[in-house]
Design a protein around this ligand. Structure first.
Ligand code: UTP
Length: 408
């Protein structure tokens, strides 16, 4: 893209200030900025002006989950169907590791965080060990796809290599990168993080399948004959991945997606709740859950919205292809964004100073026709690491690992 084309593109979306320092830049700096302008989609920045309208929900009603008791009763049937699918190479796993993990407060990718106490135990290592359990149980390798972002791709791939993929076969691991979105002030004006660089952040975990398509990873999926993709977050160090029982239950109930859920530990726990929205499966984020829904009861008198998602979904790949062209809603999140001040000097704000723009994987659920909420025991399978201390932290995850006999 040349200067004039960049000028026109920026003018159209009210972002001409991006070129403020253009004349001062080296030829390389000019080229880098123009190419960043070319690659970025600025259309979303307008949305912050009507942000409340973006994620309005329809009519919410309960969606019952398949609970522990039923799963235990049908375990053999589910396990056998799940293992059969895994052995036939029909199941792949997708690790969402493109996030910034800002709450943890480390600049490195979250997965390289060492939660060990007497020895090194990295988050990535815990996940690979969990997946290896199934590889050994099924006696079949499972393709693992790892989503990174511009901010952590090099560090992530180098770490896996340095650690010898924690015993996983490298030919079964494929890395791909998600897209970035510009970060803006409260008026939707994009920030610069250097005179030749617009501030950007990963565009949320919702674009994982379209990024896989862009990277040609979906071709690999077709070649390998993968029909189901188990998408999971980087931060839950106890979760079971490609869990045969979950795979079997999702396949045998002929669902487009299975969603692992846990019974909430309090009506106001900060976790998205599985439900129906206008008769289709959906997830209501904890901050969208009204007091009325929080306390609603089902026909048996039990809490109607008591199952929360843990970001572990098994998607039917074909169903994803059908919905990939549909736009997911945009979530506009207030964040601290490093940026240039009036004098052109970089500042790292102590308080939020603008917005990041994200699409979320949980919104994909609403686009699918059927969803199986599948209950897992939270003490065995839910140890998310979001913070350093307190709730959902390194500390709480260590305690849960200890209870599960995992040496740290
Ligand atoms: P979180 O919502 O916890 O976001 O991500 P985060 O960016 O990792 O952490 P904070 O909010 O800055 O502290 C849930 C999962 O989605 C992935 C994360 O890596 C994590 O596995 N994710 C998030 C992406 O892959 N890309 C994104 O753009 C955002």
């Amino acid at each position: 893209m040349n200067y004039q084309q960049a000028y026109d593109k920026l003018e159209k979306c009210g972002q001409l200030h991006v070129l403020k320092y253009y004349e001062e830049l080296t030829p390389e700096g000019k080229e880098a900025l123009l190419s960043q302008v070319e690659g970025l989609d600025f259309s979303m920045t307008e949305s912050c002006k009507h942000k409340e309208e973006l994620t309005q929900k329809g009519k919410i009603t309960p969606l019952s989950a398949m609970q522990l008791k039923e799963i235990a009763e049908r375990k053999e049937e589910f396990m056998s169907a799940g293992l059969e699918a895994i052995r036939a190479g029909k199941v792949g796993a997708v690790l969402l590791a493109g996030g910034m993990g800002t709450r943890l407060g480390s600049d490195a990718p979250k997965g390289v965080y060492n939660i060990g106490l007497t020895k090194e135990v990295f988050i990535f290592q815990r996940l690979i060990e969990n997946l290896l359990d199934v590889v050994h149980q099924a006696d079949a390798w499972i393709h693992l796809f790892v989503m990174t972002s511009d901010k952590n791709h090099e560090a992530t791939t180098a770490f896996f290599k340095e650690k010898n993929y924690f015993g996983y076969r490298p030919e079964y691991i494929t890395f791909f990168m998600q897209e970035m979105a510009p970060a803006t002030d409260y008026d939707g004006k994009v920030y610069l993080e250097a005179k030749d660089r617009i501030s950007t952040s990963p565009n949320g975990n919702g674009g994982w399948f379209s990024s896989m398509m862009r990277w040609g990873v979906v071709d690999k999926i077709h070649e390998a004959g993968i029909e189901w993709l188990n998408v999971f977050a980087v931060d839950n160090v106890l979760q079971r991945i490609a869990d045969p029982c979950f795979v079997g239950a999702t396949i045998l109930t002929d669902s487009d997606v299975g969603a692992k859920v846990v019974c909430k530990n309090a009506p106001d726990e900060k976790i998205g709740v599985i439900c129906l929205e206008d008769e289709r499966p959906s997830i209501v984020e904890y901050y969208e859950l009204t007091e009325e829904l929080m306390n609603a009861k089902d026909e048996n008198g039990d809490p109607a919205y008591s199952f929360g998602v843990i970001l572990n979904y098994l998607f039917r790949e074909k169903a994803l292809e059908e919905i990939v062209a549909k736009k997911l809603p945009l979530h506009i999140v207030e964040k601290k964004i490093p940026c240039l001040d009036e004098k052109g000097e970089l500042i790292k704000p102590e308080e939020p100073n603008g917005y990041k723009y994200e699409q979320l994987v949980l919104d994909m659920i609403h686009q699918l026709d059927s969803c199986l909420p599948y209950e897992v025991e939270r003490n065995y399978e839910f140890a998310p690491i979001k913070n350093k201390t307190g709730i959902d932290s390194v500390e709480s995850a260590r305690e849960l690992c200890r209870k599960n006999g995992i040496e740290l």
